[in-house]
Write a protein that binds this ligand. Structure first.
Ligand code: PA5
Length: 472
């Protein structure tokens, strides 16, 4: 395949007034307004990059980071049969998305010789039944297990709890050096509790570059180490991202897919289409839609504008899966309120073909399916859903993957990260902070008895005092 063919494309005709009508589609005037804005915003972002802002944009070119990740993978792969990632939010969703996108559905169940690396479990919760079941599974195989504890801040309670449990178990089972041999930490290069623990206990570590926030960190050591361990082409991911960088730097709306995604969704938001559904027609892309859900929500849902005015802005991203959700959500999507923008992810060539056999007399009513590929059925279902949505005047974008490779996945990740930055600019908010997540973290510290949070704990106990009165 030539380089130019290995490129994901955005198709946006079906969000225009020409297709879904002026009440639901964008008019030429609206697109012209966006053209003006993008002519200003994209060069501004590029100029800010040259001053050290938007650091995630430079990850595809960070050769030293890639070298360190690859060296860590080379050193750790031998003898490692299970890799457990302990992390949450931006320190887990990208890892899950890469694994689902680029390794087989059955990866963890394959015999070691048929996998590209260890089994992978990404533990992004503190559910005792889930985590306990994992501990039960691996407790007798700790010699061949590696734990990658990921926390950019080094302060997150969920990840800290997992770390403490794992560290203790390793000490009990493998002796005092167990944790040091079996834990690799990915955290800030200098700051945070986790970095202090790394220094005190001598864990091997990888760094999250300064200025790269959690949800923008999948193309750093955060996402690349587990991917590399599991045989994913991490250099290919970065190559794809770098190729997309060239496209999203362009200040012309009509040539810049990130600008189009940002501008279309922002214009639609102002027309009260505030629900943004991403629906891949590929199981392998389903967790990229989950990753997008965090990126879009946590970056764009903000109370205050950049100038500290109350704006309470933010689209609600929703993930769905085709064809599965045709039998779950599409009724609502076509006949419910016209308050959504759809993005279908399409795969032109699936790596694996599964043929449907010819029908015989008994199954004659199914003969229309006979001698066709399953991928053809899935793609025709996507086209059918897209046409049905636009018949109901539902604005619908599509992103077309020629096939699912490390390079096209890298392009997709970078495309949506860049679109998020531009959308933040169009909405007038800071896409990189998450102040609302902090309060929940503080309350958790108080409820768990952390020193310094005694007053908050008292306040919470008072609030929770009459729960029984309203419990039916
Ligand atoms: O995007 C973000 O900043 C968050 O989702 C974080 O990734 C999440 O809260 C986990 O934080 P940390 O990596 O510091 O443990």
């Amino acid at each position: 395949m030539s380089e130019s063919e290995n490129v994901i494309r955005l198709y946006y005709k079906n969000v225009t007034a020409d297709v879904v009508g002026p009440d639901h589609g964008l008019t030429e005037d609206e697109l012209n307004e966006a053209r003006e804005q993008i002519r200003q915003i994209v060069p501004d972002i590029e100029e800010e990059r040259s001053r050290g802002e938007h650091r995630y944009r430079d990850l595809p070119y960070d050769e030293e980071m890639l070298r360190r990740v690859q060296a860590a993978c080379d050193a750790r792969r031998q003898g490692c049969e299970t890799l457990v990632v302990c992390g949450i939010g931006g320190s887990a969703l990208g890892n899950i998305a890469l694994q689902t996108a680029l390794n087989p559905y059955t990866y963890n169940l394959l015999p070691p010789a048929k996998r590209g690396g260890p089994r992978l479990f990404v533990m992004d919760n503190v559910d005792p039944m889930q985590f306990g079941a994992l501990l039960d599974l691996i407790e007798d195989d700790l010699d061949s297990t590696l734990f990658n504890v990921i926390s950019k801040s080094g302060e997150t309670a969920e990840t800290a709890a997992q770390f403490l449990i794992v560290r203790d178990m390793l000490k009990q089972r493998l002796g005092p050096s167990g944790p040091k041999d079996k834990i690799l930490v990915t955290t800030d290069a200098a700051k945070g509790t986790m970095r202090q623990i790394v220094d005190a206990e001598g864990y091997e570590s990888l760094s999250v570059p300064d200025g790269v926030g959690g949800r923008f960190s999948v193309l750093s050591a955060v996402g690349l180490f587990s991917a590399g361990m599991c045989g994913i082409d991490v250099a290919g991911l970065l190559k794809g991202a770098a190729a997309m960088d060239e496209r999203v730097k362009v200040p012309t709306l009509d040539e810049n897919p990130a600008a189009l995604i940002a501008a279309i969704h922002t214009q639609m938001y102002h027309r009260n289409k505030r629900l943004h559904v991403m629906m891949p027609y590929s199981y392998h892309l389903k967790d990229l839609a989950d990753w997008y859900r965090q990126l879009w929500a946590e970056s764009l849902g903000k109370q205050k504008s950049k100038f500290k005015m109350g704006v309470f802005v933010g689209p609600t991203p929703i993930n769905a899966l085709g064809a599965t959700d045709q039998h779950s959500q599409v009724q609502l999507y076509r006949e419910g309120p016209n308050d959504k923008v759809f993005t279908l992810l399409a795969v032109e060539r699936f790596d694996r073909q599964v043929s449907i056999p010819a029908a015989d007399a008994v199954v004659d009513d199914m003969s229309y399916l006979g001698e066709q590929e399953m991928g053809t059925l899935l793609n025709n279902e996507r086209i059918a859903t897209e046409q049905a949505l636009i018949t109901s005047k539902r604005p619908t974008l599509s992103i077309r993957f020629p096939s699912i490779t490390a390079e096209t996945v890298g392009q997709f990740i970078y495309l949506y990260e860049a679109a998020t930055t531009i959308a933040g600019r169009l909405l007038g908010i800071n896409a990189y902070d998450q102040p609302a997540v902090e309060l929940g973290k503080q309350y958790t510290f108080a409820l768990m008895g952390r020193t310094g949070f005694e007053d908050t704990a008292k306040e919470l106990r008072a609030k929770l005092g009459d729960v029984g009165k309203y419990l039916v």
